[in-house]
Design a protein around this ligand. Sequence first.
Ligand code: UDP
Length: 242
Amino acid sequence: MIINNIIKKNLLSEGKTKKIYETNHPLKVLIQYKDHITAFNGLKNKFLQKKGHLTNEISSLIFEFINSCKIKTHFIRKFNKIEQLCYKVNMIPLEFVVRNIVSGSLSRRLGIKEGEHISNAIFEIFYKNDELKDPLINDHHVVFLKIISYEELNTIFRIISHLNCILKSFFLDKNIILVDFKIEFGKNHNNEILLSDEISPDTCRLWDKKTMKKLDKDIFRIGFDENMLDIYMEILKRLNVG
Ligand code: UDP
């Protein structure tokens, strides 16, 4: 397929929910969103028709907004229904979680009930390592493991702090509370740090501002699998209105 001189080439890698293809451009890749939804480190994995299309739409809209705020990301543009054109990066094997309200693993770890407001937005780092089951680590562990330097971590924390501010108000405009979210970063050919991967109801906790109803993957985690498509469509509708 050729669009604006981009030609899709070989499959570079395949994960649980995405496939990455090389293109005729050495610095650009195509990321394809699959019709699969997973939870609990892949233990729960289901086929969900149209999911790839919906999460590609949602993540593309959010990354377009982030790019417009001058935060550097891997996202170039939506390519088609299920694919986006992105800059090629080497992923940093860390997941950064930002929390504005207590939920999920933080609630379990600290024994604090879900829903408590966090005034000082908590940043957490998880080491992406399947064998170790993605443990929670801190900045010193990151540097000890030679993943990135303290300076690069500072750069990332500055980006995250800005990102949290702009995303909170972005969602609030759509009557959605940004409870928490997970993001990942990569380095491009110039060693520049770019916000990468996906931002969608699969990677964020999003609650309706009026009803506090969950509009995210917790619906799938608690077993209401068939309702997930409605959740994606509701979020997409709200993003398209704003
Ligand atoms: N998250 C994610 N991928 C993961 C783990 C967490 O996108 O592999 C997101 C999750 O959707 C939530 C936030 O990161 O928005 C915090 O998740 P938490 O640590 O509470 O883990 P969970 O309760 O989902 O196990």
